[in-house]
Design a protein around this ligand. Structure first.
Ligand SMILES: CCCCCCc1ccc(Oc2ccc(Oc3cccc(O)n3)cc2)c(O)c1
Length: 258
């Protein structure tokens, strides 16, 4: 049985540049024959995403639209646009998160209310808002995949307010899986190892974590955007049709260590 995504339409939210995990997911899906739609946040992202997508064979007519996930009306408009142009969709890759850089280092205690709510709003609630807007336009067998990190399950120095947001995201995955299961829509997360992306630059001492990772992870090596992409491809394919509410670690086994 092949991965069978060649007749599926999947929305990839959160590509920033070619090092984005979202781009690793997009290229894995693209190579397996899926039809892709991209959303980005912020005008300054448009040019970069458009250029990346145009580089794909047939990318010229791929839909690339803005979607600021802090606005419910914008989410509704974005998915209504997609529905009008493409009909029903089969999947959503939610690769969106943000927290204020000053709160991604030092003590978690210095998190303020505004920063806490911002991280929750963009990095956690946005999955629920997107699932809500898309549920009636997803085909049976649909699949939603989001990205998380070990710091949402246990303390990872400096991850702080984003860790609390990822804990919220991971709990949301389970509650959404429970609600959407009867409609045949699955919801899962991928917990990726420390991959060097534009976002990773915002987390304090990122390089120190990567060093420990290479020295201690069972596979003794970093993971790549492509490896996360392959796991996402599995989660969008019927090969994972029995899996929902799950969090799959693509982290060289690092999460098994104390
Ligand atoms: C100390 C932990 C080291 C490993 C971190 C791995 C990781 C890397 C990137 C991750 O994604 C984000 C996304 C946004 C984010 O917030 C940012 C990023 C850049 C600038 C800024 O002002 N905020 C921080 C991390 C993420 O959730 C997890």
């Amino acid at each position: 049985m092949n991965v069978n995504v060649d007749n599926k339409t999947i929305v990839v939210m959160g590509v920033a540049n070619k090092r984005s995990i979202a781009w690793g997911i997009a290229t894995a899906l693209y190579q397996a024959g899926a039809r892709l739609i991209f959303t980005y946040a912020g005008e300054r992202m448009e040019k970069g995403v458009r250029e990346l997508v145009d580089g794909l064979e047939g990318g010229k007519d791929t839909y690339v639209i803005p979607c600021d996930v802090t606005s419910d009306t914008e989410i509704e408009k974005c998915f209504a646009d997609i529905r009008e142009k493409y009909g029903k969709i089969d999947g959503i890759a939610h690769c969106i998160a943000f927290a204020n850089k000053e709160e991604l280092k030092g003590e978690y205690l210095n998190t303020n209310r505004e920063g806490f709510l911002l991280a929750q709003n963009i990095s956690a609630y946005s999955l629920t808002a997107v699932a809500k807007a898309a549920r009636d336009m997803m085909n049976e067998g649909g699949s939603i995949v989001t990205l998380t990190y070990l710091g949402g399950e246990r303390v990872v120095q400096n991850y702080n307010v984003m860790g609390v947001a990822k804990a919220s995201l991971e709990a949301s995955v389970k509650y959404l899986a429970n609600d959407l299961g009867p409609s045949g829509i699955r919801v899962n997360s991928i917990s990726a190892g420390a991959i060097r992306t534009l976002s990773a630059k915002g987390v304090g001492d990122f390089n120190a974590i990567r060093k420990v990772f290479e020295e201690r992870a069972p596979l003794r090596r970093q993971v790549t955007q492509e490896e996360v992409g392959d796991t996402a491809l599995f989660l969008f394919s019927p090969l994972s049709r029995g899996i929902t509410g799950e969090n799959i670690h693509v982290d060289s086994g690092f999460h098994i260590l104390s």
